[in-house]
Design a protein around this ligand. Sequence first.
Ligand code: UDP
Length: 456
Amino acid sequence: MAASPSRAGRRVVFFPFPYQGHFNPVLRLASALHAGGFAVTVFHTDLRTPDPTDYPSDYRFVSVAVPVPTDLVASEDIARLVMELNVSCAAPFKERLAALLVEEEAGGVQCVITDVIWHSAQAVARELGVPALGFMTSSAASFRNFIAYPTLIEKGYMPVQEEHRNDPVDVLPPFRVKDLQRIETSSLADFASLLGHTVDGARQSSGLIINTFEALEAADLDKIREEMPIPVFAIGPLNKFTPPVKSSLYQFQQDHQCLDWLDTQVPRSVIYVSFGSLAAMDPHKFVELAWGLADSKRPFIWVVRPSLIRGFESGDLPDGFREEVVDRGRIVDWVPQDEVLSHPAVGAFLTHNGWNSTMEAISEGVPMISRSFLGDQYGNAMFACNVCRVGVEVQVEDQSDRGKIQDAIGQLMVNKRGKVVRDRMANLKQMAEKGIKEGGSSHTAFLNLVDLILSV
Ligand code: UDP
């Protein structure tokens, strides 16, 4: 989109949450608005810092010090960390934002866009008289899951009870109990309170942005619009709105050579395996996965980032595994995922179904093998495999997962079912492409967002 003089100098402040899956879509939106003529300031915490050289030189970066205990940052109690971050960021964010407002000409800052879960930052922006918009980095269905949380607890669906895992959830079809949003946390009440604050904050915001598209989640978007008295913008897949954004928050070793290696592989033959930036697995699950991959006899790229395996050092692979897969397996710390998924040699994505990964797979037309770990991933996997039917789900519930992984790979890569799933995925990819073209729903939503930002 060409820069317009009416937008020149109009600044949009972004404050993404310091997790890769929350950071990427917000920075992709920043890039689209920047291409549309807006000035961009990115606030970030001092916990994980983006590299300014990855971005246009006129982006401004502002570091916000958030004093949270280091053991909490390293722990898997994400709910407690998110709550602690909300508490500890409010005062320093207020100070930094107030300073920026003084520095900018009056009216220079149009709005603040934060992750919906930064509810305290949204409140600070409003307090300082700056319109705040919320960004939901997962799906519309997940946001409905947030809204329904108190009812889910009241009706006894949460916490999940083993014997009811497969029961349908009457207030949130087509979710089953096992698909509901949940994470390891010391307190379900605290998690529910976090989601409550998040929904309340979004309700008071000037608008809600979701990285999805109308044809994908029409019913969920309609329901949110019925329940929230604010504009809701479905702008996705955001990874297709702008050229790839290099927004790694971690010091992982980026492997670019895998792209050269992919060039040497047969089209649609390679399985790309990645579980995103947060998931962690026990060593025995890791070993089962490794042998499931080896037994499939397929070429693969596997992202084994540091901290994927609890208690293991990165690269600590089962005995004999490396020798077994030496000719056809690449094990790497981190890759430029959008480039890998768009490579014609990739035939399937063994994924945890983080929402970004799910949207990136859809936008590249790569069918999924779903192996979810936590949070919204359960619902996203159900959505991909049972609603869109563009993937096959692996239920990893017992000790011998290797056979299940091998089976799922076979179903997708070899069996007739694989062809049906691939055709559906190609169709869904086309729908996503249609949405981002001029006149498409996501493109129109983006223009409406620009109008809203200019009008607030
Ligand atoms: N990602 C990447 N390289 C990797 C693994 C992941 O660039 O080796 C990116 C991926 O493209 C996605 C993000 O990290 O944009 C992960 O977000 P997602 O929502 O899929 O999962 P999360 O990390 O939040 O669990």
